[in-house]
Write a protein that binds this ligand. Structure first.
Ligand SMILES: C[S@@+](CC[C@H](N)C(=O)[O-])C[C@H]1O[C@@H](n2cnc3c(N)ncnc32)[C@H](O)[C@@H]1O
Length: 193
């Protein structure tokens, strides 16, 4: 029988504007995509911020890459709606949805060439347990399965929760068909075999 669901969604009641000194992961990610000359790729991005820089820069740089972002902050979703209305040329290749990454349903997702998991272990608490949400490892596995062979899974080593994420990653890399590629700036890059 399905577990009775209680509690509200564990959403993020905040707004994150671009703060490159404090949190450079999105800028480093855009730089990495350009350095690797990745073109026409599909990207899943965990934690868009209210600035939506990954979607904007991807749309502006002529790479042909497209991005599906997720935010759990209503305030950030509002700025996405504003962006989409004001800049339909960006919205063509950049969509964001509001939701809890720990409630992802694999059936609703396509396959991706690149997945970011920058904020792994930062926000998941017992509040997510109240509605039977996925664990950090489960979300990593789900998105690994949704990564195409030869595609990339990228982590952020300066995350405040990276000491916890590192433990998840250590088990995951032994048990899933992935291999470490190396570091780019603050990012730790893996490839799906
Ligand atoms: C500190 S901000 C960083 C934003 C951006 N990556 C950056 O570095 O500028 C954390 C991001 O994670 C998102 N987030 C927090 N909890 C989440 C969850 N459960 N599911 C999806 N996104 C979540 C927030 O909405 C926010 O966009």
């Amino acid at each position: 029988m399905a577990k009775e669901k209680t509690g509200k969604m564990h959403f993020w009641d905040a707004f994150w504007d671009l703060r490159v000194d404090e949190c450079p992961c999105d800028i480093h990610f855009c730089d990495w995509l350009e350095k690797e000359k990745l073109k026409n790729k599909t990207i899943f991005h965990f934690g868009t911020g209210g600035h939506h820089i990954v979607g904007i820069r991807t749309a502006e740089n002529g790479s042909g890459n497209c991005v599906l972002g997720i935010t759990a902050a209503p305030q950030e979703y509002e700025t996405f709606i504003k962006l989409a209305i004001e800049r339909p040329e960006v919205e063509k290749t950049y969509k964001t949805f509001f939701g809890d990454i720990y409630s992802l349903d694999a059936r609703l997702l396509p396959d991706f060439d690149v997945v970011t998991l920058f904020h792994l272990c930062e926000f998941r608490t017992e509040k997510n347990d109240e509605y039977g949400a996925l664990t950090d490892r489960e979300v990593t596995d789900l998105l690994t399965k949704k990564t195409r062979s030869g595609g990339y899974i990228v982590f952020y080593t300066k995350s405040f929760a990276f000491d916890t994420a590192e433990k998840v990653i250590a088990k995951w890399e032994k048990e899933m068909p992935v291999e470490k590629v190396g570091m780019f700036e603050t990012l730790l890059v893996y490839r799906k075999k």
